[in-house]
Design a protein around this ligand. Structure first.
Ligand SMILES: [Zn+2]
Length: 333
């Protein structure tokens, strides 16, 4: 196999057999979502602005800025076959966000992005994911350079070559409405030129809880997690009180052992043990109180942070209610 041109779409297999499927408009999503100049979310027609819809569909979001920290969230290895996730009691959940693809939660949920149909259309990929002649794909990237989306798209398809290794995987993959017949070619291209894969996909599954921690530590002082779930203050206190209570039980066990130790003649006269007992007793008093105070401060911080937008939306709602009530026709009593 000849080494592929790094500015070209590296695959040659046509998967979309139907002529209708090959048409760009059919292969694209129905709508794509983006943020307008005012920071508001909007929906657009991919056929009107295909490059923008591709940028949105192939965006790695916040992961792009966390690449150098990803080693703390997952090992550099290919993705495990889907059947092994299911066999270990995991749940495969479809999610259309590229930056969520192959993140897994502590509860065993693995998010998998189904393959968008346009990535299986050779004509479409050659038209939209190749760079113009003479592009070096190096910083600063030219406007017409498609290097990053191409590497993301290829890396994404490569994860499928690893996720679907047998017929069982294929059946599971069908359940989340995706299919792939490119596996061998993907593996061969990757073998000849590992650089065709975006670095994010060199680490397949990433643990979401670690990614949230990395994101919090790197987004100071905003302290934002990578993925914010549907979280309430009740959940926040319940989850954190659970680990504080567990830690307190361990502290009590150690304190009891120290108390027994202090009752023995040998340790009564031991200055080091006395000092350690003194230090640990202070920690046992202040530790749980400090942890609870931190959780309360965290909740207060988010309450204060979210207050302006809450007041703004309340103001808008009141104004809208007033407009609706003034527009109602008045009836005579
Ligand atoms: Zn380029």
């Amino acid at each position: 196999m000849a080494p592929p041109d790094s500015t070209r779409w590296p695959l040659t297999t046509e998967v979309s057999g139907d002529e209708n499927e090959k048409r760009t408009a059919d292969a694209l999503l129905a709508t794509y979502h983006y943020y307008d100049t005012h920071g508001k979310r909007a929906a657009g027609d991919p056929a009107q602005d295909t490059p923008a819809s591709l940028r949105s569909e192939l965006s790695l979001g916040g992961l792009a800025g966390l690449l150098k920290h990803l080693r703390f969230a997952g090992a550099a290895r290919p993705a495990r076959p889907l059947h092994s996730h299911v066999a270990m009691g995991g749940e495969v959940v479809a999610s259309d966000r590229m930056d969520i693809h192959l993140l897994w939660t502590n509860e065993g949920k693995l998010f998998v992005k189904p393959v968008p149909r346009f990535l299986l259309s050779l004509d479409f990929c050659r038209s939209n994911l190749q760079c113009p002649d003479g592009c070096t794909c190096r910083d600063p990237l030219a406007d017409a350079c498609r290097g990053i989306p191409r590497r993301v798209a290829f890396g994404f398809l490569y994860t499928y070559a690893c996720l679907i290794s047998s017929e069982s995987d294929f059946h599971i993959a069908n359940e989340i409405s995706c299919c792939l017949t490119l596996a061998r070619e993907l593996l061969q291209v990757h073998e000849h030129d590992p650089g065709v894969i975006h670095p994010r996909f060199l680490r397949a599954e990433l643990r979401l809880s670690r990614l949230n921690t990395i994101s919090r530590l790197t987004s100071l002082p905003h302290f934002n997690p990578y993925v914010r779930g549907h979280y309430t203050y009740g959940n926040l206190f319940r989850d954190n009180l659970a680990w504080i209570a567990t830690a307190t039980v361990f502290v009590v066990v150690v304190l009891t052992a120290m108390q027994v130790g202090l009752a023995t003649e040998r340790l009564q006269g031991d200055a080091t043990f006395q000092q350690a007992s003194y230090g640990f007793t202070i920690f046992a008093i202040l530790g749980p109180m400090g942890a609870f105070a931190l959780v309360t401060l965290y909740a207060l911080f988010h309450l204060v942070k979210g207050l302006p937008s809450l007041l703004r939306s309340l103001g808008k709602r009141t104004a809208a209610d007033r407009a609706v009530s003034s527009a109602k026709p008045r009836t005579m009593a």
